[in-house]
Design a protein around this ligand. Structure first.
Ligand SMILES: Cc1cc2nc3c(=O)[nH]c(=O)nc-3n(C[C@H](O)[C@H](O)[C@H](O)COP(=O)(O)OP(=O)(O)OC[C@H]3O[C@@H](n4cnc5c(N)ncnc54)[C@H](O)[C@@H]3O)c2cc1C
Length: 397
């Protein structure tokens, strides 16, 4: 019987993990199945563009995995039983099924956090997935000239959303508010450029503004100031799906699966987790940041770890470190903040049109790597489970 590897989620992390596994392992030995709710690969890094009215190319997963040997199941994961090694899913026809696995790769990504702030779940918009981004697009389209749009969150997603909306709809009054500063992990030079772009686009900046509640037309701060908001876009962090936390797999308090350096669960050796859904040590003192910059190499590491363990080889180390934070500021400007390997801002930076082109290349690159998850490898290069090298005897992992 073939070894059954089931990958949950086909975002940047899951698709790359599945493709790399297909490249590493012989199809005669393993059965690789990817389960994803959506039939298309979603470029989440472009959701603010979708919300601002741009068309995004469709990337059907069926095409992505064609000829790779990876089986695709369009279904929504409902729960995982990590002790019985079963995944409960509801397929596209509404039928409930169970999928058994020998090795699981959990890559269900993340969604928007509401941070427990009253009114966010009911009234706020997000840019986390196509459905929410399209809902925001429709709402923005219905706004009259001068209407107030409040973007909450001074991180990269908030900055990208505020600038994209302001560039597309200069008639709207866009404000970005953050509990601390806006872009405060950027270098001083980068923040100066950011502020000049906010000025050019007419985005009002409200740092040190904590939102206590929102309703359909306003947001109220913790010190009782009322901020007009015909639309509130909530970008104050990501949260993970509650599926992992409902299993016996060890998760951190936010529900991310805790993994070791090989992306293997610290509690369940047959479970791996990658991307936003996993909590892994970073190259410095902080865990890996939720980003595709982390998710793709995490996926490669998980695939290589699984392949090595199944074929009795030593687990290789995929280097995981950062080089830059690439932030779009509308379509004509961007900031490429070069960082240290452990993600701290340096004084090196690219800005303006060149940076916008660079950012576009990075987005296309990430999508292209993901869209060719099993870039041709001759079948003879696949490792056989039945053909372990002598390293099987020495593999400590
Ligand atoms: C607007 C925006 C801009 C961003 N910009 C950047 C950037 O510039 N650089 C960067 O590095 N990161 C950026 N990010 C973050 C980045 O998009 C995420 O960190 C990345 O998508 C995580 O990859 P993932 O594969 O873990 O999860 P995802 O990309 O979220 O993929 C998860 C997959 O799981 C599927 N899924 C979820 N739940 C279920 C279920 N129950 N059943 C079946 N399938 C399910 C989803 O359909 C999806 O295909 C941005 C995010 C946003 C929202």
């Amino acid at each position: 019987m073939k070894h059954r590897i089931v990958v949950l989620g086909a975002g940047y992390a899951g698709a790359n993990a599945a493709g790399r596994l297909a490249r590493r392992l012989h199809p005669g030995d393993v059965e690789i199945t990817v389960v994803n709710a959506d039939p298309d690969f979603v470029e989440r890094v472009r959701m603010h563009q979708l919300a601002a009215g741009q068309q995004l190319a469709r990337r059907p997963l069926a095409g992505l995995f064609a000829d790779t040997g990876v089986a695709l199941r369009i279904a929504r994961v409902r729960s995982v039983d990590a002790d019985r090694k079963l995944v409960a899913v509801r397929d596209e026809h509404g039928v409930d099924l169970e999928i058994a696995y020998d090795t699981l790769v959990y890559a269900l990504g993340s969604t928007a956090a509401d941070n427990g702030v009253p009114g966010v779940a009911e009234y706020a918009h997000t840019v986390t997935d196509p459905a929410t981004a399209l809902r925001l697009r429709d709402r923005l389209a219905g706004l009259d000239r001068g209407a107030a749009v409040l973007v909450v969150g001074g991180g990269l997603t908030g900055i990208e959303a505020a600038t994209e909306i302001a560039e597309t709809r200069p008639d709207l009054a866009v404000t970005i508010a953050a509990r601390t500063g806006v872009g405060d992990r950027l270098s001083e030079k980068a923040r100066r450029h950011l502020n000049s772009v906010f000025d050019r686009l007419g985005v009002a900046v409200r740092p040190h503004t904590e939102i206590a509640r929102i309703d359909s037309t306003t947001a109220t701060t913790t010190d009782d100031r009322v901020v007009p908001a015909a639309v509130t876009v909530w970008t104050a962090g990501f949260a993970v799906h509650p599926i992992a936390a409902a299993t016996t797999v060890t998760v951190d308090p936010t529900g991310r699966i805790m993994v070791d350096r090989t992306m293997r669960s610290i509690s369940h050796p047959d479970v791996y987790a990658v991307g936003d859904a996993a909590l892994a040590d970073g190259p410095g003192t902080e865990p890996l940041r939720m980003s595709c910059a982390s998710g793709i190499p995490m996926a490669w590491q998980a695939a290589d770890s699984i392949a090595a363990r199944l074929t009795g080889r030593r687990v290789p180390r995929v280097p995981i470190f950062y080089a830059a934070q690439c932030i779009s500021l509308g379509r004509r400007d961007a900031l490429i903040q070069f960082v240290t390997p452990d993600d701290r801002a340096t004084n090196f930076l690219l800005k303006g049109r060149h940076a916008a082109r660079y950012k576009e290349l990075i987005c296309r690159g990430a999508a292209s790597i993901t869209a060719h998850p099993a870039a041709a490898a001759p079948i003879g290069h696949h490792r056989r489970l039945s053909d372990p090298t002598p390293e099987i005897l020495t593999a400590a992992s």
